[in-house]
Design a protein around this ligand. Structure first.
Ligand code: NDP
Length: 488
């Protein structure tokens, strides 16, 4: 295993035009290790001038990269995927330190998936074809799919490299150049990726990574006139701000936003499987996955049995040092986020909720004593339409509620402004199809959770987003179709 240690004042640098450089104004902000609550590195506090420099480099690199044969683009991106795999331990440790997530999770999910994203699109582009439409004896149409130009990719902190690469990989594979901004809260693996891009031989200017605050760097990317495409993953409020700026500029937009996902557990489910997976879908990554189920609806016949078994299992989860093999939950991402989650637990109690387990900060010892740890929390006795059940909390907090009929649970499941993902647990195939068809969500998992095939469309409806990522949907997004009609 390659060593990976930080000393305070380690400086992250921007990756612009193939080089690692300081922010133009020379300002930095602090990067905190949430498991210890201490500053451990510095991030460029970049501004619009850094974004302008990055965009200029991306614009200049576009003609050559877009004309580079896709086989060559593919080889470079595959090399990047291999380098990510080679650096698995180093990147996983960096992700765990930056985000607070269990090292085990970073090693088995985040980093392998980042490599898979590059591999998937590096090879996917070789199989991407466009359509032709024949008008018998009159004309033939063929549709070209052309790269668009400089794409802006903005990603959140919960699955840092995983979601960053999920945007960058298809954008680059399709022949675009990119100006990207990782979350300021978790910038480290994007910085390490820029080192790997240099090693992989990615031509200069093809990918540019500008670190800094959303309100400065993210906003500058969104409003830059030479960036016609914005792919954003993050909160719904930020998504609205981005639409308000990019919409009137007629930019192409893909928005992957928040969720308030229902888990629907019918009394004819496979009880043990539903129980085990619901523990995972509630508290994986401290509940900070946009796909985590946060509202658990259990049919009345098994409600008490399920609730009691669920509480028992959750009480046994270990909150601890993210580096320990036996920790099930690590730290939440920041002090500010911990306080937000705690405020929702307080709100739930004001709304009449009963905390069945958790509901508090976990104080650790030794060098973890200032870390941001929360006990996994289950809350009962809340109305489906109260604020706790309608607003995204995005932490280790779930509510549990009984239901009687399919009609009732579909009404409750669909009652929020969100529509990202859901799970349905039943052994009755007809019921599964019926419920899946009637849930307002971009993704429905039946008797499973987070089973991902990268070829499938990914995204939400209502306030959970606009557009789809995944498979050829992403390559469609990152290319512009042009129809050519030839009269016979
Ligand atoms: P935010 O919306 O706060 O931030 C997302 C990114 O946008 C960050 O890089 C942020 O920078 C940047 N940003 C902030 N303000 C602006 C702005 N005005 N213009 C442009 N960019 C800006 O989300 P979080 O990072 O808090 O992530 C959590 C959210 O992401 C949750 O709501 C979660 O549901 C959602 N999410 C959705 C997913 C999906 O696929 N649908 C997947 C994963 C998460 P900075 O960090 O500096 O603020």
């Amino acid at each position: 295993m390659k060593n990976f240690t930080f000393t305070v004042m380690d400086k992250i640098r921007n990756y612009i035009n193939g080089e690692l450089i300081e922010p133009l104004a020379g300002h930095y902000i602090e990067n905190v290790d949430p498991s210890r609550g201490v500053v451990y590195s510095l991030i460029p506090d970049s501004d619009a001038s850094d974004v302008a420099l990055a965009t200029k480099a991306a614009k200049e690199a576009f003609p050559s990269w877009s004309k580079t044969p896709k086989e060559k683009r593919s080889r470079i991106l595959q090399k990047l995927a291999f380098l990510i795999e080679d650096n698995l331990d180093r990147l996983a440790m960096a992700e765990s330190i930056d985000n607070g997530k269990p090292l085990r999770l970073a090693k088995t999910v985040d980093i392998p998936r980042a490599a898979a994203n590059f591999n998937f699109y590096a090879t996917g582009i070789l199989h991407y074809a466009s359509q032709s439409h024949a008008m018998e004896d009159v004309a033939i149409n063929y549709t070209l799919r052309e790269p668009i130009g400089v794409c802006g990719c903005i990603s959140p902190w919960n699955l840092p490299l995983y979601l960053f690469s999920w945007k960058i990989a298809p954008a680059l594979a399709a022949g675009n150049t990119v100006v990207a901004k990782p979350s300021e809260v978790t910038p480290m693996t994007a910085y390490l990726l820029s080192e790997l891009c240099i090693e992989a031989g990615l031509p200069k200017g093809v990918l540019n990574i500008v670190h800094g605050l959303g309100q400065k760097v993210g906003a500058a990317i969104t409003e830059h006139q030479d960036i016609p495409v914005i792919s954003f993953t993050g909160g719904t409020v930020t998504g609205k701000q981005i639409i308000s700026v990019a919409g009137p500029m007629f930019k192409k937009l893909s928005l992957e936003l928040g969720g308030k996902n229902p888990n629907i557990i019918f009394d004819d489910c496979d009880f043990e499987k539903a129980l085990k997976t619901t523990v995972h879908s509630s508290f994986a990554n401290q509940g900070q996955i946009c796909l985590c189920g946060s509202r658990i609806f259990v049919q009345r016949g098994i409600y008490e049995k399920f609730r009691d078994a669920f509480v028992e299992k959750v009480k046994n989860l270990k909150v601890g040092d993210p580096r320990s093999e036996d920790s099930n939950l690590g730290a939440v991402v920041s002090k500010q986020h911990m306080e937000k989650v705690l405020s929702y637990i307080e709100l739930a109690q004001q709304e009449g909720g009963k905390v069945l387990t958790g509901g508090h900060r976990v104080m650790m010892e030794g060098d973890l004593e200032s870390g941001y740890y929360l006990a996994p929390t289950i809350i009962e006795n809340l109305a489906y339409d109260c604020r706790t059940n309608q607003e995204e909390i995005f932490g280790p907090v779930v509510t549990i509620m009984p239901f009687d009929t399919t009609e009732e649970v579909i009404m409750m499941a669909n009652s929020t402004t969100y529509g990202l993902a859901s799970t349905v647990w039943t052994e009755n195939l007809t019921k599964a199809h019926n419920v899946a068809a009637r849930i307002h969500a971009g993704i429905v998992w039946v008797n499973c959770w987070l089973l991902r095939d990268l070829r499938t469309p990914f995204g939400g409806v209502k306030n959970s987003g606009v557009g789809r990522e995944g498979g050829f949907e992403a390559l469609d997004f990152f290319t512009e179709p042009k129809n050519v009609c030839i009269k016979l």
